[in-house]
Design a binder for this molecule. Structure first.
Ligand code: NAI
Length: 269
């Protein structure tokens, strides 16, 4: 059985992922702001460095899987924090843990992106470029300044919608660029993205209200399957990507969104 690190393990998809892995007999090192084996703030450089060090110590320097699930949603008021948590959180953690994954016979990493990267028409290319260039200070400053451009009707509930979608857009692009590098691909460490749609978790309910009031057919984005996702729907696919048998897919994005992306972009890739 393997040793897996799961960020965001205290809630939602991360908690469901940790549960599925434990159920399968694996050891899980949970990382979160609270209620986790490793307590760390992935929104800061110090927190990420501490998380990497603590996971390496807990795992003995060999990891079979990393699920980078922790993240925030577009309702967070500070777009700079969204950029830091959603982009630099997973990318720095994965860079730091890659050598431990390379020591496994079948190292696997999964990042939770979002279908917002392709369905929200508010990608900020300047912010994406700053994120991909690794300039966190400039990205935070730009994201905050650009928040003023979010239309008023969106700004009330989703003040950081553009930074949110852009952070997930850049994250998926980082995965494509990174997964094929020799130090990942030729070391047998596979790296993929899952792009969820609307999944009923505390993050989503914080923006939409009570679960019992949710109606998939009245949701602002199309929900072809007529249902919202559960954390377990995402955890199932995270688990598949982390299996040693998942050995011929890297740099890919899998939409687990009830068909939203296909409905909105029928001719997209
Ligand atoms: P959630 O709020 O239930 O869980 C997120 C977890 O991440 C929490 O335990 C939280 O404490 C942790 N976290 C947040 N900021 C952190 C930080 N700075 N350092 C360490 N841990 C931190 O949310 P959910 O829905 O399970 O979100 C999981 C991922 O899925 C996130 O990356 C989110 O952006 C993404 N997502 C969620 C969607 C949804 O509809 N729920 C849709 C698409 C993507």
């Amino acid at each position: 059985m393997g040793i897996h690190a799961v960020t965001g393990s205290a809630s939602g998809m991360g908690a469901a992922t940790a549960a599925v892995l434990r159920e399968a007999g694996h050891t899980v090192i949970g990382v979160d702001l609270r209620d986790a084996d490793v307590i760390a703030d992935l929104g800061t450089a110090e927190g990420r460095a501490a998380a990497v060090a603590a996971v390496l110590e807990a795992s003995g320097g060999v990891l079979d899987g990393v699920a980078a699930v922790a993240g925030v949603g577009p309702s967070l008021k500070d777009a700079g924090a969204v950029a830091s948590i959603n982009y630099f959180g997973p990318t720095a953690l994965l860079d730091g843990l890659r050598p431990a994954l390379a020591r496994s016979a079948a190292g696997r990493a999964v990042v939770i992106g979002s279908n917002s990267a392709s369905t929200v028409p508010m990608i900020d290319q300047t912010l994406a470029d700053l994120l991909l260039a690794g300039d966190e200070d400039a990205a935070r400053t730009h994201a905050r300044a650009a928040q003023a451009g979010v239309p008023a009707e969106l700004a009330a509930a989703s003040p950081s919608i553009s930074a949110y979608a852009t952070s997930k857009f850049a994250l998926a692009r980082w995965v494509r660029r990174t997964a094929v590098r020799p130090e990942w691909a030729r070391e047998g460490v596979l790296l993929n993205v899952i792009a969820p749609g609307a999944v009923v978790t505390p993050l989503m309910l914080g923006a939409t209200g009570r679960a019992e009031d949710l109606d998939a057919d009245a949701f602002p984005t199309p929900m072809p399957l007529g249902v919202f996702g559960t954390p377990e729907d995402i955890a199932f696919w995270v688990h598949q990507f982390l299996r040693p048998e998942a050995r011929f897919t890297t740099g890919a994005t899998l939409y687990v969104d009830g068909g939203t992306d296909a409905a909105m972009r029928p001719d997209g890739q």
